[in-house]
Write a protein that binds this ligand. Structure first.
Ligand SMILES: [Cu+2]
Length: 171
């Protein structure tokens, strides 16, 4: 990330070319990490994010604020050295009115469907893949037009119960 931040000052270097995997297309991008503590975290507080206390070198992410119809990109990375059968994360945003407890509980059984319960697929606004340690997935989606607080959860077994949840606040 440091190289990316400095690239504008350094001109075109081979390093810059390698590091600049993220194209600056103007879409707001939120870098989220999933930890072994079963929490969604970010590197630093920024406008549009509701953050909580420190989580190691990171900060707890509690909510994402967005405007109706906004294009939004979420890039989730799992920080773990554990095998993916023991520790993996996704970030699944569900529609208003979804019974998120039931969604999470049924999704535990859906290992062969990226831990997304098939009967809830039409209530998913956006979801990353299920990511083992070191893996990253990026989702780009249009924020719903209807204001409200949309739940997002990690559906890996036990993680919803451990508090790996948050809100997409559309206002
Ligand atoms: Cu998780």
């Amino acid at each position: 990330m440091l190289v990316l931040a400095l690239a504008g000052c350094n001109g075109d270097t081979p390093e810059q070319a390698q590091e600049e995997e993220a194209v600056d297309d103007g879409i707001r991008t939120i870098e989220v990490y999933g930890t072994d503590d079963m929490k969604f975290v970010v590197r630093e507080a920024e406008e549009g994010l509701v953050t909580g206390g420190a989580a190691g070198q990171y900060i707890l992410l509690e909510a994402i604020e967005a405007s109706p119809g906004e294009e939004l990109r979420i890039r989730l990375t799992t920080n773990s050295t554990l095998p993916p059968t023991a520790m993996a994360h996704n970030l699944a945003i569900v529609d208003l009115g979804t019974d998120v407890d039931d969604f999470a509980r049924k999704s535990i059984q859906a290992a062969d469907n990226e831990y997304i319960a098939p009967e809830y697929e039409d209530q998913i606004i956006a979801t990353t893949r299920m990511l083992g340690g070191g893996e990253t997935d990026t989702i780009t989606f249009t924020v719903p037009e209807t204001p409200g607080e949309y739940d997002y959860v990690c559906t890996f077994p036990g993680h919803f119960a451990a508090g790996m949840v948050g809100k997409l606040i559309v206002e």
